[in-house]
Design a protein around this ligand. Structure first.
Ligand code: ADP
Length: 312
């Protein structure tokens, strides 16, 4: 994704996303989760009741170890799973219903799930073919989406000739042609090498801002959560539950320098402490690595509380 990302696929006005992140008003909620919980048919209690409001334009990350219910919560928001208790509304309409779907949400999975026999263009056009969008309109939207993810020159390529990062860009382009207002992403870059992942993280932020999207992003990487998010929802396992809600009060665009700054370390430490508290001192199974080095903090740590806000 390139500087072309200022182009708009959906024609949605670019929102001041960082500003919108501070709005949590009842009327403004893009996603309102009212004590929604999930017990699977086999009796697994995947998620204790969650109460959460997400305003339009927020970039919210669900962060937690495997099995804490991140995917379950994301699927419930998408309307792919119905909560066994409580309810979820998107812009005031029940999730899973036709009216909520009309606000257009797109789901990006960890695997790009491309059709191997079809070229990039045909893969990106698939949702428009299914929706019987007229050919000229479809062609225009596909062109715009490919430009946004920097793949305009690869429209005739087959997926197997592309790198993992490029395949994921195709998957993102395929979600953008539907002109979503809400983008749900389940560890989309988890299978990529760290450098590619970092690049795609930065590109995703460009897209989010240019398109005025609301994004809910799942990861188990503290570092990725801090770099991307306007707000991090911390979750814990056994039983799956929300344990913390932390605002990353850092302006966008986020420069690469942010990732090596003292403030970044303080946020990482704040989330690490929250994780330890929720898991009773165990490491909770979150991705180790530089974030945890960073969480050791620079000498003379000033205390995370000063750089983070917490929402009730
Ligand atoms: P995460 O995305 O955080 O790894 P999941 O939402 O996938 O967590 O899973 C939460 C819990 O629910 C886990 O204990 C998992 O084994 C269980 N689970 C997930 N899907 C199902 C299912 N279809 N049936 C029964 N249990 C499930």
């Amino acid at each position: 994704m390139t500087a072309q990302s200022a182009a708009s696929v959906g024609g949605a006005p670019a929102a001041d996303s960082a500003g919108a992140a501070t709005i949590a008003g009842r009327e403004a909620a893009a996603v309102a989760i009212e004590d929604a919980g999930m017990t699977y048919p086999d009796g697994t209690r995947a998620l204790q009741p969650v109460r959460l409001r997400i305003a339009p334009g927020e970039f919210v990350t669900l962060l937690g170890p495997s099995g804490c219910g991140k995917s379950t919560l994301l699927k419930m928001i998408a309307g792919l799973l119905e909560p066994t208790q409580g309810s979820i509304a998107l812009w005031g309409r029940p999730a899973g219903g036709r009216a909520a779907a009309g606000r257009k949400l797109a789901f990006v999975f960890q695997s790009p799930t491309l059709m191997p026999w079809a070229n990039v263009r045909a893969n990106v056009r698939l949702p428009l073919d299914l929706a019987r969008v007229p050919a000229a309109e479809a062609a225009h939207r596909v062109d715009a989406a490919l430009a946004l993810v920097g793949l305009a020159e690869f429209s005739a390529a087959l997926p197997r000739t592309l790198s993992g990062g490029m395949q994921m860009r195709v998957s993102i382009a395929r979600s953008l042609v539907t002109q979503p207002q809400l983008l749900l992403m389940d560890e989309p870059f988890g299978a990529l090498d760290e450098i590619t992942r970092y690049k795609l993280d930065a590109e995703l932020l460009d897209l989010w801002r240019a398109q005025g999207l609301t994004v809910i992003f799942v990861t188990h990487s503290i570092q990725e959560a801090v770099f991307l998010s306007s707000r991090v929802i911390m979750m814990a396992a056994r039983p799956g539950r929300v344990t913390d809600d932390v605002v990353i009060d850092e302006p966008y665009p986020r420069r690469p320098e942010f990732a090596v700054s003292a403030r970044f370390s303080q946020y990482a430490r704040r989330l690490q402490e929250s994780l330890l508290q929720a898991s009773g001192g165990a490491d909770g199974g979150l991705a180790p690595g530089p974030a945890q080095d960073a969480a050791q903090g620079p000498a003379g740590d000033t205390g995370a509380a000063r750089v983070t806000g917490t929402r009730a």
